[in-house]
Design a protein. Sequence first.
Length: 423
Amino acid sequence: MLLTRAPRGTRDILPPEAEKWRRIEEKARELCRLYRYGEIRTPLFEHTELFSRSVGEETDIVSKEMYTFEDRGKRRLTLRPESTASVVRAYLEHNLNAAPQPVKLYYIGPMFRYDRPQAGRYRQFHQFGVEAFGSQSPALDAEIIHLADQLYRQLGLPDVALEVNSVGCRRCRPPYREKLQGFFREKLESLCPDCRQRHGTNPLRILDCKEETCRSHFREVPTLGDNLCPECGSHFAALQEGLKNLNLPYRVNPFLVRGLDYYTKTVFEFISPRLGAQSSLGGGGRYDDLVEVCGGPPTPGSGFAVGLERILLALEEEGLSKEEEAPEVYVASIDAGALPRVDLLLRDLRAKKVSCERDFLGRSLKAQLKQAGRSRARLTVLLGGDEFREGKALLKDMATGEQDTVSLDSIIDAVLDNLDREV
Ligand code: HAM
């Protein structure tokens, strides 16, 4: 059992599915090229302290979900639960603050969180994310949101909903925190055990609670939106102007606080109506204090990340990603004498960027043709028998059933022609 099952919360991605992943990743990379984000690849593990300090000791991610271990040199290390902290660390380590700002970076890769696995929630999952440093502009936040929105749209998920909020800054959040603590103080008995603890350590996270007992107070609770300082208020107004300008529909969700402590001002989340409980398709926001928290000079930042597994799930719900990639050509052999020529033909077709396949199990001709049909190849080339001895092959269009005898000298051209490709 242990040897034949991947660890709980992890999965293998097999060729037909990996193909869908590749398409999503390519789309993400293409968007990053257009929006001018450069790729960064950071280690899969970092010093534990990087995450506990940046994501926040009190967050679920740090307090419950990290894969932390001691290596043989007694260092405390953690498999990255997210990448923003790693990118901030790299930004400082490589003095990117000395480069022209904003510095715009993106990443695609696995993250690790020890959470209870369920549909859309894994212990090893994958994110595509972007981070931009060195600008406080709400227009940059709007541009990041636009990039994310384009990704969903271009992949075929038009009904993803955008929620935005502002979580203020170090000036307006502390007084709001106190207000919130005051509000919940006489209601402590009615809060869930988690929120009773959050009340003392991180009362804003109460607003993120899914328990009905806690949510029942939300109608009267003071919202941060009504308690922002003038600077955060006008930043939030400008963000909304920017979104309207880009024609991006959004909803202000005053309870959106997100599960990581580093956010300041803008926070946002994309919600899919197709994902059930794990409905967050991606999210992000601004983190103007984070570089400083990690030991650097005051440097604003903003970013977002999306879970690739969740995009795939949403696409499946849409019924859009079922198709497997079919080969363009299946090359069948009538007898073993033709096999060396089959291999040359495969080599030459691949050199012309045609995807093609042959049998490697010594199947009969009938079984090969069945295999060709099952693979949904567009064309089948048959080599062997009298025709082969006369220097010819049979070319069959699998959709129409039409067959042609083609001279072996011109078979590549005939295939390309049938595939509507440049000869
Ligand atoms: P996050 O909201 O924790 O933010 O994760 C972003 C996305 O990763 C989620 O919306 C979800 O799609 C996906 N995700 C999270 N946990 C899991 C899981 N256990 N299984 C599958 N998918 C998951 C961040 O990580 C921030 N670093 C985003 C950010 C970047 N903020 C600013 N810059």
